[in-house]
Design a protein around this ligand. Structure first.
Ligand code: ACM
Length: 542
């Protein structure tokens, strides 16, 4: 039993089927060099229980090697009756090759325990494969709804199964603070908890009056980082500043501009922002230092989106800063602040990762821009010489509704069908080749206002994340009909993995959330809004 070489998601670059495959049995050996020890451990732990094979070390079975002549995340695999030869440009490439082998076996082998006795056969042939982009990301918002560690680890496994390699973890927002920071205990004793939660879109003013909250200990975050690293996923943490800070200000009102109240229970953007005085800046540096201690990656997310300046107009602390720094207007305070954060991170060998609002007034050199407000900011950032991660809401915000069916759970945003996500291209049109080379890749974003559980995250993410994986892994030329013909077998893989994906026929009756009504938007309305929101970029240096 095996799956055809042509059933893979994401689609590989080159497939050459051959007639005879390689039978796996209880004695199949695994031959890996020491640099691939972690891939071998993962393979044994992942495939072993379902196939019933311990993969003892030795020759004659599956042979894993690094071949630096291959693209760094690429791999080539030859499957013949005598054995499997899998070469990767690095351990990551070998890892992706093994993910491919998993998809070439029947879905039953994706389960955590044995449900059949085989025989399992890897189909004969050769596959050569490498990703189009180096940044193949997913953002998970654990602030709007807290996700237990086990659920985050499970999502990382699913991300890696689709050959995605970045988990951008949105750790704080107005509605909750989710990490410990030494010396600031009220962030988690107060800032991690809200008294109630809005149900559905703001327009309806409905609430679930049960408190909600939670936070990750340092060891929780270390576990997430290490689990991800073993799957070649980099975790990029984000603490959103200077706006989206109501939870921190609820814990420490002295960081704000007079707000003294609870963590926010409703959705939308809070007007309560950091005052950016000396104490607030020291707080931000303490947070960044702790992020640098916990997360080894070069990029540290500082957020920077949607920061209203209303409070700064009247705040003595903010006004003193504006005066002392000779800033022309409150609007300039944020770019001054972003530059301070970038300088602080640079001293630790790290770089800023921020939403495209940080382009206003000029983003710090070396900043990586997460371009989200439609397709325009990615092009703007690349023209300004910044490296860019494309995540336009109009293509890859997976909280947006999947169809016009009113039974979709909490239908918000514009309609983003599977085909719409599949049509995404991270590289906006009109760039020179040099500018296009600054596009690191793409990222699908999971904002969780309306995803209260891992089950709901599954529903919103899948199968659209499978389509997204092809947009960032596969070649630029794509064929939705061909993808659709591979989807049924891939959905049976998701079944075996226990994923609550949206069925192609639409939501099941129990997927609906009549208690949490949405607010669907038209694309035309959203595009008009985005033009207004990004008008300031026209004044920013490019
Ligand atoms: C965002 O969606 N506010 C980045």
């Amino acid at each position: 039993m095996s799956e055809p070489l042509t059933s893979l998601v994401p689609r590989p670059a080159l497939v050459l089927p051959a007639s005879d495959g390689f039978p796996l049995d209880l004695t199949t050996a695994l031959d890996a060099t020491p640099e691939l020890a972690e891939v071998a451990i993962w393979l044994r732990g992942t495939l072993g229980p379902a196939v019933g094979c311990p993969f003892p070390p030795g020759p004659g079975g599956i042979r894993l090697r690094v071949d630096p002549a291959l693209p760094v995340e690429g791999y080539a695999v030859d499957i013949r009756p005598a054995g499997v030869d899998l070469h990767g440009g690095s351990a990551a490439g070998v890892f992706y090759g093994v993910q491919t082998l998993r998809q070439l076996l029947p879905p039953a082998t994706l389960r955590r325990a044995r449900v059949g006795h085989g025989p399992w056969t890897l189909p004969g042939g050769r596959i050569e494969d490498a990703p189009r982009f180096g940044w193949r990301g997913v953002m998970l918002d654990v602030a709007r709804h807290f996700m237990p560690v086990a659920d985050v680890l499970r999502l990382i496994d699913l991300i890696a199964f689709h050959k995605l390699n970045v988990l951008h973890l949105h750790l704080t927002d107005d509605q909750g603070w989710r990490l410990e920071v030494p010396g600031w205990p009220r962030l988690t004793s107060v800032g991690a908890w809200r008294p109630a939660t809005m149900l559905g879109s703001r327009q309806h003013e409905r609430y679930d009056t049960r408190p909600h909250g939670g936070f990750y200990s340092d060891d929780d975050l270390r576990e997430i980082v290490a689990f991800a690293a073993a799957r070649h996923v980099t975790v990029v943490p984000e603490v959103d500043m200077p706006g989206h800070m109501q939870a921190a200000i609820a814990a420490y009102p002295e960081l704000g501009n007079g707000y003294a109240g609870p963590v926010r229970s409703s959705w939308g953007i809070s007007r309560h922002v950091l005052n950016l005085g000396p104490a607030a800046l020291d707080f931000c540096f303490a947070v960044l230092d702790h992020l640098c201690d916990l997360f080894p990656g070069e990029l540290i997310g500082i957020g920077g989106d949607e920061c209203p300046v209303d409070e700064w107009q009247d705040s003595p602390i903010a006004q003193a800063r504006i005066r002392d720094e000779g800033l022309a207007a409150p609007e300039r305070l944020q770019s001054w602040f972003t530059a301070r954060l970038a300088g602080h991170l640079a001293e630790r060998g790290r770089r800023v990762f921020g939403w495209d609002e940080i382009l206003a007034g000029g983003a710090p050199p070396g900043a990586v821009i997460a371009a989200w407000r439609g397709a325009g900011p990615a092009a703007h950032a690349a023209r300004a010489g910044h490296t860019v991660v494309s995540c336009p809401d109009t293509s890859v915000y997976l909280d947006y509704r999947q169809s016009d069916d009113p039974a979709e759970p909490t239908p918000v945003g514009t309609r983003l069908t599977l085909a719409d996500v599949y049509a995404f291209d991270p590289v906006p049109s009109g760039l020179t080749p040099e500018q296009a080379a600054l596009i690191l890749g793409g990222q699908a974003n999971l904002w969780t206002e309306h995803m209260e559980s891992a089950r709901r995250v599954d529903y919103q993410a899948f199968p659209r994340l499978c389509a997204f994986a092809e947009t960032v892994w596969g070649p630029a030329e794509r064929d939705f009909a061909a993808f659709s013909s591979r989807l049924p077998v891939h959905l049976s893989r998701l079944d075996a993995l226990g994923v609550n994906y949206r069925p192609p026929t639409g939501p099941r009756p129990w997927d609906g959330r009549p208690d949490a009504p949405g607010h669907p938007r038209t694309v035309e309305d959203r595009l008009a809004e985005l033009r207004e929101m990004t008008a300031d970029l026209d004044q920013a240096p490019a």
